[in-house]
Design a protein around this ligand. Structure first.
Ligand code: FES
Ligand code: FES
Length: 204
């Protein structure tokens, strides 16, 4: 067994030998590396050839980016613009977790291609606050415990906002109908409903 307490001593000979080995190793690896970098370059070139320019407005700001044709709106928001408040849950347009507003209407951002939003106005959960002040719907969700784990909450809040944009004084049935596409795995539905009703009441 090696004595780990002893410091390792390098002789001049072993040091020079070591350097020689690594230099020879680098030369041997050079063709492999250049082949590798060529491949990476080709991939990057193909990727940028596939990209298309896109201009839209997100939370009131003009955004110009280039995206691949298959990029979805939620991928653009979360991965490129770092707006991670919008959650990606089912990725199939089924749960409403990725709901954002597109020109004032609630949409599932996992089901929309980013390129199809050209020229649109997108509002995400990050766009609801005014400075440090929460939006009245966000306040209502806090006041009425409209969340448990909170994962579905950004989508619920954005769906509620779409209802109130369309009709500032919706009936309970209209709220139920408008929120029906937003699922909650914690089943916090009673308090979600209370929160949206309370937010609507602030408009009365
Ligand atoms: S993540 Fe988009 S609808 Fe579920
Ligand atoms: S609060 Fe947990 S999924 Fe809705």
């Amino acid at each position: 067994m090696k004595d780990k307490s002893k410091p390792r001593v390098f002789s001049r000979r072993s040091f020079v030998k070591g350097i020689g080995t690594s230099v020879i190793g680098s030369y041997a690896a050079a063709p492999v590396l250049s082949k590798f970098s060529r491949k990476v370059l080709e991939e990057v070139e193909t990727e940028s050839k596939n990209k298309e320019p896109l201009t839209l407005r997100v939370n009131g700001k003009k955004v110009s980016v280039s995206v691949e044709p298959e990029t979805t709106l939620v991928e653009l928001l979360r991965n490129k613009l770092k707006l991670t408040g919008t959650k990606l849950i089912c990725n199939q347009g089924e749960c409403g977790g990725c709901t954002v507003l597109m020109n004032g209407k609630a949409v599932s951002s996992c089901h929309i291609l980013a390129l199809d939003t050209a020229g649109s106005e997108i509002i995400t959960i990050e766009g609801l606050m005014s400075g440090e002040k929460l939006h009245p719907i966000q306040e209502a969700f806090i006041e009425h415990d409209g969340m448990q784990c909170g994962f579905c909450t950004p989508g619920q809040v954005m769906a509620a906002q779409a209802i109130l944009i369309k009709n500032p004084k919706p009936s309970k049935d209209e709220i139920l109908e408008g929120m029906s596409g937003n699922l909650c795995r914690c089943a916090a539905y009673p308090n979600i409903m209370k929160s949206v009703i309370a937010a609507a009441a602030k408009n009365k």
